[in-house]
Each structure stands twice: as structure tokens, then as C-alpha cells.
Design a protein around this ligand. Structure first.
Ligand SMILES: *Cc1c(COP(=O)(O)O)cnc(C)c1O
Length: 393
């Protein structure tokens, strides 16, 4: 079976975890947490980076720091992971979902301004597949209406918008280091921000409402409970695992890009013949090969293709039932305007195996199998009919 995902492992992880254990510091904010944060601050040119236990928790911290209150409205795409929404729902916010652009599956920035009301407090762009949203436009809208921008850059680590790292453009950026992401620590994430004014509040929130971070830096002689908070800091053992990958981030991206390009070139023929559509990257964006997806005619063809790939030992997946159609989405949000693309496009999208170290022979097998489905008779064996009918004539 060709797995859909294999968690990244580069070889140094166990040495670094042992180093953390030997240093007798396996709780949060040890040596490797510091190394990871510094690495990101330098590489992504951002003033503040705090490692968290997940991107979900980074988003939760951002919602707190942004001062989201019950009744506030937050604008986001419906085509995203539930965490994007959960963080704001926990603060009592109402979600306002905006349609996506079909060519990137990112929130359509041209629809945001109309969705703003006097209760709107924040915009949450999600950089789908590590391809940047139109950030100049989004930041200009936010400025005009005094809104906070929180980037869900879970998939956008080491991806760029006009040369600027995703996650460093809005007021807050949130990264994920889940095992399905480009760089991993099992479960983990980070919150990034440029403004000094958020630093102390963020540290307190992350350390159970105490000023313990200040205490560790020797700025105060004992620490105490100063505000509400939670425990959003990961173990240094997890940070040690992550650091082994950050060190060779370029190599990981190069390797993923190799797979991405293989798919893009190998499947071009099918795209040219109209069987599928392929991902597209705007000129302003440099992506990180987080994901490779294709879009097929419709839901029925996708289901048949998934089954056909499975019969040929390939694990492919789809994701994101649009949030506004889920029970919680109906309760906590509303779709602004017309759902022109979110639902239909989400039903067409299929993700192919993509991970660090995916072998060429496996890529070849995936491409060949998809081709045989559409033009080699596989689709007929599966008794599928492609939407507009005459493709096989
Ligand atoms: C993976 C992901 C998350 C959640 O990340 P965790 O680290 O698992 O909490 C949030 N948003 C998007 C868009 C994601 O892809």
C-alpha cells in the first residue's frame, strides 16, 4: 500500500530527544523549544514565535489575544479544517463564511468587504495547500475597517507571499507541526506575531495565567497567578523532534517539490484532455508543496477513483465537508452570499500521497493508475460515467 502520509523523520530526532532527556528538561520551554523559536524568528523574519501544543491551540491563543467576545463576527472560508472555526466559537463568536476561489480554494478576497457588519472583529484567511491568499487586498480591507487578521498558516510553513513568509503578515499567524504537515513534532504548532505589546499577554496565557516566563528570565523573583490562562506549551522532547526537521527544512521542501512536480508533469496529459484539473499557483505566491490534489468531474467520479486507487494499493483522501453544512457550522455560523464554489469544488477535490521521502517508483505507480482509470478503461471497469459524457469516444 502506498500511504497517503508518512510522518517526516530525518535521522537526528532520537539524538536530539536524548539530548533533551540528558539535560533533565523534558517539560516546556527548554533548549529545543528555544532553538525552534529562534530558527523561525530568523528564517521568517518575525519578532515573536511561541511554540504551542497544536495549531488549534495557536488559533485559540490568537482569538484570546485579539480580544474576541461573545457576539463578535469572524469572517473565514467554510472550506477549512474545524480548528479554524473552533478557536473563535470557544470565545462565543459568530462565524461568517465566505466563498472560495475555485482556482486556489482560498477565501475569495473580493467577497470579504460586503460580509463585514458593525459586529465584525476579525478576518481569518486560510492558506490552503500552502498557497498564499491575496494578502495585500485582505490587509487593506482590515485596515479600512479596523479588523484583526489571523492567518491560519497551518499548511503554510515556509511558504511565501511576495517574498514574505506566510503567518507573519497579519496580526497573528498560526502554524501546525502535526504529523501530516511538512515539518512535524507529532502534535504541535506555533503562534507568530510582530507586535511587542502581545508578548507578555501571550506568555501568561500560554503558562496557565502565570508570569513564569518572566521568572525564568530572572526579571522577577517569584512567579504568581496574574490572569486567566491555559497550558499551551509543548514538551521539549517534541520540540527536539521538530528541530531535527527545521535544520534541513530546505531539503524537505526540495524533496516534496520533486513529488509535486512529478505529479504535475505526469498528469498534465489528463488535464489537457479535460479529465481533471490541476492545482494552480498565483504569481505572487511561492508554495511549499504541502499538498498535491487533483479535481475530477464530480463526487461520483471521485468516489470511484478513490476505490480504484485503493484496489491498486494507493491511499488517497478527500477532506473538509464545508463547515456551513456541518451541524456545528449551522449552529455557530452563516454563509454569506451564494455558495457558488465551496461545496461543488470540495466534492471534486482528491489529495494524492505526499510526504517527505515518497519514492519515484510509487509516484510512477500513482500517475499510471490514475491514467489507466481515465483512459485505460479503468473507469469503465468501475462503470463510471464522466459528467459530460463524450470523453471516451
Ligand atoms: C492541520 C490544520 C489545522 C490544525 O492543526 P493542529 O496542529 O492539528 O491543531 C488547522 N487549520 C488547518 C488549515 C490545518 O490544515
Amino acid at each position: 500500500m502506498i500511504d497517503f502520509n508518512v510522518p517526516p523523520f530525518t535521522g537526528k530526532e532520537l539524538d536530539y530527544i536524548k539530548e533533551a532527556i540528558d539535560a533533565r528538561k523534558i517539560s516546556g520551554d527548554g533548549k529545543f523549544t528555544r532553538k525552534c523559536s529562534r530558527w523561525m524568528e530568523e528564517r521568517f523574519q518575525v519578532k515573536h514565535t511561541l511554540l504551542t501544543t497544536s495549531c488549534t491551540h495557536a488559533l485559540e491563543m490568537a482569538a484570546f489575544l485579539a480580544g474576541i467576545k461573545p457576539g463578535d463576527e469572524v469572517i473565514m472560508p467554510a472550506y477549512t479544517f474545524v480548528s479554524t472555526a473552533d478557536a473563535f466559537v470557544l470565545q462565543g463568536a459568530k462565524l461568517v463564511f465566505v466563498d472560495v476561489r475555485p482556482e486556489t480554494m482560498n477565501m475569495d478576497e473580493r467577497l470579504i468587504e460586503e460580509a463585514i457588519t458593525e459586529r465584525t472583529k476579525a478576518i481569518v484567511p486560510v492558506h490552503y495547500a500552502g498557497v498564499a491568499c491575496a494578502m495585500d487586498e485582505i490587509m487593506a480591507i482590515a485596515k479600512r475597517h479596523h479588523l484583526i487578521v489571523i492567518e491560519d498558516a497551518a499548511q503554510g510553513v515556509d511558504a511565501y507571499y511576495k517574498g514574505t513568509a506566510l503567518g507573519t503578515i497579519g496580526d497573528f499567524g498560526c502554524y501546525s507541526f502535526h504529523e501530516t504537515k511538512n515539518y512535524s513534532m507529532g502534535e504541535g504548532g506555533a503562534i507568530l506575531f510582530q507586535k511587542d505589546e502581545y508578548r507578555e499577554k501571550a506568555e501568561i496565557l500560554r503558562e496557565k495565567g502565570t508570569n513564569r516566563s518572566k521568572f525564568f528570565r530572572g526579571q522577577i523573583d517569584k512567579y504568581t497567578w496574574v490572569n486567566y490562562g491555559s497550558s499551551y506549551l509543548p514538551s521539549d522532547m517534541n520540540a527536539a523532534y521538530l528541530y531535527a526537521q527545521l535544520e534541513i527544512a530546505d531539503e524537505i521542501t526540495r524533496d516534496r517539490m520533486r513529488s509535486y512536480t512529478y505529479y504535475q508533469e505526469g498528469l498534465k496529459e489528463l488535464a489537457d484532455q479535460g479529465y481533471i484539473s490541476q492545482p494552480w499557483v498565483p504569481e505572487y505566491a511561492v508554495h511549499n508543496a504541502h499538498m498535491y490534489y487533483i479535481k475530477v468531474e464530480n463526487l461520483e467520479v471521485r468516489s470511484r477513483l478513490i476505490a480504484y486507487l485503493h484496489d491498486n494499493s494507493i491511499h488517497s483522501v478527500f477532506h473538509y465537508i464545508p463547515l456551513h453544512t456541518a451541524p456545528a457550522g449551522i449552529r455557530f455560523g452563516r454563509f454569506f452570499g451564494e455558495d457558488r464554489y465551496t461545496t461543488v469544488e470540495s466534492e471534486r477535490l482528491l489529495r494524492l500521497p505526499m510526504y517527505y521521502g515518497l519514492e519515484e517508483k510509487d509516484l510512477e505507480h500513482v500517475v499510471k493508475t490514475i491514467k489507466s482509470f481515465f483512459i485505460g478503461g479503468g473507469i469503465i471497469a468501475g462503470q463510471a460515467a464522466i459528467g459530460n459524457g463524450n470523453k471516451n469516444e
